[in-house]
Each structure stands twice: as structure tokens, then as C-alpha cells.
Ligand binder design. Structure first.
Ligand code: NAD
Length: 420
């Protein structure tokens, strides 16, 4: 079978569609085709049995013309340099589209955190941070959580980084990572921000597909940070959750699944399998469930040529990064499916990360109401810009989203020029 483009090639092809549509300056296009810096570290970690294991870790810094590099850290066995490159590039376009003063980066360690003890995972995080050294920093490159990492991982990264700084500058380092716990400099509303952003962008785009959210049905793949908070936020608008899939299995109930109750269940059980108020179903059944809105919120490349024929949804709200292959996207666009592209749909997380970073810089703590209001304003404006650009360029929403981001990046290059 012919192999499709790699994930990084996909990211490049996506931005090049918009580069063609906006007639992007050739040298800016050439720069954006390549990540600016690639950091690979192989670091040893002491395991509980007294032996050492060496882990490969990555930090790809794609672009920083608009501000410090910014992007999550992923812990997953499948992490590889191509995937991290793609995720870093998507961060560049996401931050530019959302109007944030950040560039794009991503990092990861090829490890299954569930296969190691909490002490081992702590040592992995501390050694990885130490190996990254001065490649991260509050004014240079600012990591955040992603798949397999959480607020505690960020606190450990912050603490390790701080302890490597001169005593007199240590306290200026809180903002080296975002997505921290509230106790250690995190922001109100950060944990739910990406899921909340999925709901805000969905509210904005529902009209485009003539979907009334208080009467709509939806399904979600992935019930982790993005999926669980996203499900609760979308259900709060009156929509009915009818099918869910995570790594433990798939469940379905046409009468509706109580998102909050499933959230509580998943917190205790570690997955959705066995949730008593919905029946177990096959993965095929999950994808075949007819819904108004499908939210892929797990991983990249989940909707492919293999399962695209099963999907019956008016809107695909991409909570995950790169969940739909280009071949599957083409088929869905031909069918009139509306996409809320990942770089817009899941931009809520990095937006509240930006708020956290500002709060750290100013030694402030904002109320949840303030964070929520600012998030809504920022994302609603980004949605409006994407719709306006789609009309102007007569293109799909993904291309329009890239076009908005690309033009901001291009303007900065044209004014700054290339040094020396
Ligand atoms: P997470 O680790 O909290 O959750 C991942 C979810 O995917 C889990 O529910 C897991 O069960 C599920 N999953 C794993 N393997 C699966 C499989 N084979 N089939 C079905 N489900 C499976 O991760 P997250 O932070 O929620 O991230 C999810 C996606 O959202 C990723 O693409 C990530 O890059 C993106 N994202 C996350 C954030 C954030 O703030 N956390 C921000 C922007 C984008």
C-alpha cells in the first residue's frame, strides 16, 4: 500500500496550501519549511531495581519570530523526531493564529509513563529537564503539558530548572513552564482550558454547519485532559454525548451519556471501560455512530482512509493535533463536513498558558472569571478572523486558519529582515 506523507510532511503540506493561497514571500516559506533548532538528548535514569536506562528526549524549536518558543512535552512510547517536528510546527501556526506573542516548539520522551513507578517518572522528568539545560527558559522556550504529562510534571520541570539557576535569579524562573499546579504558580482555568477552547470554537462554528448545539449529538475520541473537559463543556451547552472511546475501549448510549458522571468515573477508574450507564461497543461501532459533532481528542492520524467511510458527522472539531490524515480530510471536505482545524480548535490551552506566563512575570493571580473572559475573547476573535479569511480566499477553514497565522509571521519577517 502506498505510504502517505509523514506527520511533518503533512504539517508542511498544510501550511503550503495556505502559502499558495496568500502568495507568501518565498524566503518566509523556505524558512518555515524547516525547524529552527533540533535538540536530541539521550539521558540515563536510575531505575528502582538499581539499573540505569537511557531514554531519548527531543525538543524541537520550530520558529520564534513572534516570541519565545512555546509548546508541550509528550511522554509516550511512540514519540519520535518526525512527530515532534510536526507538533512543533503546528504550535508556530497556532500561536500566530491566536495572536499570542510566542513561537512554536514541542518536546517529548519516548517512554510509557504508566510502565514506570512514580519515583522513576520523577527522575525521568528531572534528568530530561537537566539535559535540556539552557535550551529552555522563561524568555526563550517554555514547555507545557501534553499527552502523558500533567501539572505535576511541569512543577518538577520548573523546580529542576530553578535549581540550576544562580540563587539571585531563581525566583525569576517561575514562567519557564506553564500548566503548573495552582500552588506552584499555575493559572486558574489552565487544566480545563483546551477542552473549554474546543467548546468556544464549536459554538462559533456550529452556525456554519447549521447545527443547534442544544439539540445536537456528539461523540469524543480520547477522554484525557482535552476530551474530558471538552465533553463536559459541550454537554453544558445542551448537546447530547452519545459515544466515547479511549485507550481502554468504546462505549455508546443513544439516549445520552452524562459527561460529568463519566468524568467522575474516569478519574477513579483511569479509563471509560466499564462505565455502567453506557454499553460497551466495538471501535468500528464508535466511528459509525451518527452524530452532529465528532471530537477527535486523542492522537494524530485517527481518521484515515480506513475509517473515513464510517463517519457521519456534520462537524469535526479537532481537539487533538493532526487527528485526520490529508486523504481522509479530502473525502470529508467533498462531503461538506465542516472542520474546526486543530490549530484553532485546541488553541485554548496555549492561550491560558500565555495568561499564566504573564501572571508569573507580574507576580499576579487572576480570578477564574477573568481567565475565562479573556480566553473567550481571544478565541472568538481568532474564529472570526478564520471565517473572514475563508471568505476572502474562498477556501476551507484549515487553509484560512494557516493563512491568518502565516500573514502575521510574514509581516514580522518583512519588518525585521534576516540578520545579519
Ligand atoms: P491525555 O494523555 O490527557 O489524553 C489522551 C487520551 O487519548 C486518553 O483518554 C487516552 O485514553 C486516549 N487514547 C490513547 N490511545 C488511544 C487509542 N488507541 N484509541 C483511543 N483513545 C486513545 O492527552 P491530552 O492532553 O488530552 O491530549 C490529547 C490531544 O490533544 C493530543 O493530540 C494533544 O497533542 C492535544 N492537545 C493537548 C493540549 C493540552 O493542553 N493538554 C493542548 C492542545 C492540544
Amino acid at each position: 500500500m502506498a505510504q502517505g506523507p509523514s506527520l511533518y510532511e503533512t504539517a508542511v503540506l498544510q501550511f503550503e496550501r495556505a502559502a499558495d493561497a496568500t502568495n507568501l514571500t518565498p524566503y518566509v516559506r523556505e524558512i518555515l519549511r524547516h525547524p529552527k533548532n533540533e535538540v536530541l538528548v539521550n539521558f540515563p535514569v536510575l531505575l528502582d531495581n538499581g539499573s540505569y536506562k537511557v531514554f531519548p528526549g527531543y525538543r524541537i524549536q520550530h520558529n520564534n519570530v513572534l516570541g519565545p518558543f512555546k509548546g508541550g512535552i509528550r511522554y509516550h512510547p511512540s514519540v519520535n523526531i518526525d512527530e515532534v517536528r510536526a507538533l512543533a510546527a503546528w504550535m508556530t501556526f497556532k500561536c500566530a493564529l491566536a495572536g499570542l506573542p510566542f513561537g512554536g516548539a514541542k518536546g517529548g520522551v519516548a517512554v510509557d509513563p504508566k510502565a514506570f513507578s512514580p519515583g522513576e517518572v520523577t527522575r525521568i522528568t528531572r534528568r530530561f529537564t537537566s539535559a535540556l539545560g539552557a535550551n529552555i527558559g522563561p524568555e526563550h522556550d517554555i514547555p507545557a503539558p501534553d499527552v502523558g504529562t500533567n501539572a505535576h510534571t511541569m512543577v518538577l520541570m520548573m523546580d529542576t530548572y530553578m535549581n540550576s539557576q544562580a540563587t539571585s535569579t531563581r525566583q525569576a524562573s517561575w514562567g519557564v513552564v506553564t500548566g503548573k499546579s495552582l500552588t506552584c504558580g499555575g493559572s486558574e482555568g489552565r487544566e480545563k482550558a483546551t477542552g473549554q477552547g474546543v467548546q468556544i470554537t464549536l459554538e462559533s462554528f456550529a452556525k456554519e454547519a447549521k447545527v443547534e448545539l442544544d439539540k445536537a449529538t456528539f461523540s469524543i475520541q480520547g477522554f484525557g485532559n482535552v476530551g474530558s473537559f471538552g465533553a463536559v463543556a459541550i454537554a453544558e451547552m445542551g448537546a447530547k454525548l452519545t459515544a466515547v472511546q479511549d485507550h481502554t475501549g468504546s462505549i455508546k448510549n443513544e439516549k445520552g451519556i452524562d459527561a460529568k458522571a463519566l468524568f467522575e468515573y474516569f478519574r477513579k477508574a483511569g479509563g471509560i471501560k466499564g462505565y455502567p450507564e453506557a454499553g460497551a461497543c466495538s471501535s468500528e461501532d464508535f466511528w459509525k455512530t451518527k452524530v452532529d459533532v465528532l471530537v477527535p481528542a486523542a492522537f494524530e492520524n485517527q481518521i484515515t482512509e480506513q475509517n473515513v467511510g464510517w463517519i457521519d458527522a456534520k462537524i469535526i472539531a479537532e481537539g487533538a493535533n493532526g487527528p485526520v490524515t490529508m486523504a481522509a480530510e479530502k473525502k470529508l471536505l467533498e462531503r461538506g463536513t465542516i472542520f474546526i482545524p486543530d490549530i484553532l480548535c485546541n488553541a485554548g490551552g496555549v492561550t491560558v498558558s500565555y495568561f499564566e506566563w504573564i501572571q508569573n512575570k507580574r507576580s499576579e493571580h487572576w480570578d477564574l472569571d477573568e481567565v475565562d473572559a479573556r480566553l473567550k475573547k481571544q478565541l472568538t476573535r481568532a474564529c472570526a478572523n478564520v471565517k473572514k479569511e475563508a471568505k476572502r480566499l474562498k477556501c476551507d477553514f484549515r487553509t484560512a486558519a494557516y493563512a491568518v497565522g502565516l500573514q502575521r509571521i510574514e509581516a514580522a519577517y518583512l519588518e525585521r529582515g534576516i540578520f545579519p
